[in-house]
Write a protein that binds this ligand. Structure first.
Ligand SMILES: Nc1nc2c(ncn2[C@@H]2O[C@H](COP(=O)(O)OP(=O)(O)O)[C@@H](O)[C@H]2O)c(=O)[nH]1
Ligand SMILES: [Mg+2]
Length: 458
């Protein structure tokens, strides 16, 4: 019944559902002593003889004292999430009762799980590789259809499979080349260099595709920050409200109304945009608070993924606009120009409008759908499709960039007829970075760091 694949004989316990009052709360316990601990609390049945994947209703007691009436779900290792013996105790959703259940499990030998420790055990017991385990955290954090889809695809091994294929092909060649080394004096070539070259090119293409997908992956996971920038009274707050469809920011004709930055999110076709309304930018005056607001606006302008520069189309001067564009360009800031108050527009203002300027009326909700469409199009590169594997994790990107470097060295090595032993070293480097992603090659500190970002009970 008990298995100790990971070599851990301690048993961990934690609340698996969100803390707080609810209809039910699930407490998960996993490890070598799971059944012996829960058996002490559940006198009505002999749990150790019950088959795996069965549920049992009864009283949970500490001695004679009844704690709760619960449902137990039994999973015997290795057929469980962690790969170890696991029991899920579904009790009533009172934080007070849950605390008692956890305490009594601790009293009989369990200890509180660290964040992500259940998933960490699943990884160490070979139930998931590291990319799959990390996707579990992504799925829990998913807040859009797109982030849910990419996380699920990766949990099911989408990314792992691509890496596994690359890995197997490389290992095959590495072993042939290493075999040549055993026959060094005979000058034989077991590994066909031409075939190897095209394989490396193919792997390089896959790597590039994965690296490219990160831009979208990052957007899917973290959203896009969009700072609304402009002079006082340009209509920034009106635009924010209009995009949100609610009166979030105060709008008035008094210049300098918005002093602090306001952040709100909208979902456009499954992508989260974090809109940041800022204080209008103008020369610093005597108002200290407004000056701080202006400082913050400039800061947001630089840190955002995209700036919406909004201006009053009726009063903006062409030179001023060109000057503003130069500031954005020099600072490498991505921006859209938005000509607002087009409902009042007079002919002279239209003069310098061009196709890249969006004409809107924030007040009248004109041109807003087009703006949303542009925001989305600008973010989602059509060449990357959410049906393909998408890299969402910065750690994976880092390793993929290293893989790219080592693939290039292998290509250079092949071009310059590098000797087999040196080539083998390059291939091993590449395999090392591949293994880093899936967790075949890792160390304990790194693992602890990765799993510490999970929530408790997962
Ligand atoms: N006519 C017209 N007035 C607008 C439009 N957008 C904003 N306003 C007005 O311009 C003034 C300043 O707007 P506000 O959003 O507070 O500007 P902010 O200082 O840039 O945040 C308010 O009186 C708004 O009602 C628009 O599209 N058309
Ligand atoms: Mg404002």
């Amino acid at each position: 019944m008990n298995n100790k694949l990971s070599g851990w004989d301690d048993t961990i316990v934690a609340l698996a559902t969100a803390p707080g009052v609810a209809a039910i709360g699930v407490i998960r316990i996993s490890g070598f002593n799971t059944f012996s601990i829960v058996s002490k609390l559940f006198p009505s049945k002999n749990l150790s003889v019950q088959p795996s994947h069965t549920i049992h209703v009864g009283l949970l007691k500490d001695g004679n004292e009844v704690i709760d009436e619960v449902v137990l779900s039994l999973f015997k290792g290795p057929k469980s999430y962690t790969g170890e013996d696991t029991i899920e105790i579904s009790g009533h959703g009172s934080p007070f009762v849950q605390e008692q259940i956890i305490n009594v499990c601790i009293k009989y030998g369990a200890r509180i799980a660290k964040p992500g420790e259940f998933t960490q055990r699943a990884f160490l017991n070979g139930k998931l590789d590291l990319t799959q385990a990390e996707s579990v955290a992504d799925l829990i954090a998913a807040n859009t259809k797109a982030s849910q889809k990419t996380a699920l695809n990766n949990i099911r091994g989408g990314f792992s499979n691509e890496l596994q294929q690359m890995r197997e092909q490389l290992i095959q060649f590495a072993s042939l080349i290493e075999l040549e080394l055993d026959f060094a004096t005979e000058d034989v070539e077991f590994a066909d260099r031409n075939k190897f070259y095209s394989l490396i090119e193919q792997i390089r293409k896959t790597t590039d595709k994965l690296i490219l997908s990160f831009r979208l992956g990052n957007v899917i996971k973290n959203g896009v920050s969009v700072a609304i920038i402009g002079k006082p009274n340009a209509g920034k707050s009106t635009l924010l409200n209009c995009l949100l469809n609610e009166d979030r920011a105060i709008v008035s004709e008094i210049a300098g109304t918005t002093r602090d930055t306001i952040e709100e999110t909208i979902n456009i076709n499954g992508i989260i945009f974090r809109l940041i309304d800022t204080a209008g930018i103008r020369s610093r005056g005597k108002d200290i608070i407004e000056n701080i607001g202006i400082e913050k606006s400039l800061e947001k302008m630089h840190s955002a993924d995209l700036v919406l520069y909004i201006y009053d189309a009726n009063t903006m001067l062409k030179d001023e606009l060109l000057q503003q564009e130069k500031i954005f360009k020099d600072a490498g800031i991505k921006y859209f120009l938005i000509a607002n108050k087009s409902d009042l527009i007079e002919l002279k203002a239209v003069e310098f409008s061009n196709a890249s300027i969006l004409q809107i009326s924030a007040k009248q909700h004109l041109g807003i759908d087009l703006l949303k469409e542009k925001l989305y199009q600008n973010t989602v590169d059509n060449s990357v499709n959410t049906d393909h594997t998408i890299v969402t994790n910065a750690r994976h990107l880092e390793a993929l960039l290293q893989i790219k470097i080592s693939l290039d060295s292998i290509k250079v090595g092949l071009d310059s007829k590098l000797s087999g032993d040196l080539l083998a070293i390059e291939i091993r480097t590449c395999l090392f970075h591949l293994g880093e992603i899936t967790g075949e090659i890792t160390n304990e500190d790194k693992l602890d760091y990765i799993f510490s970002k999970f929530c408790i009970g997962k």
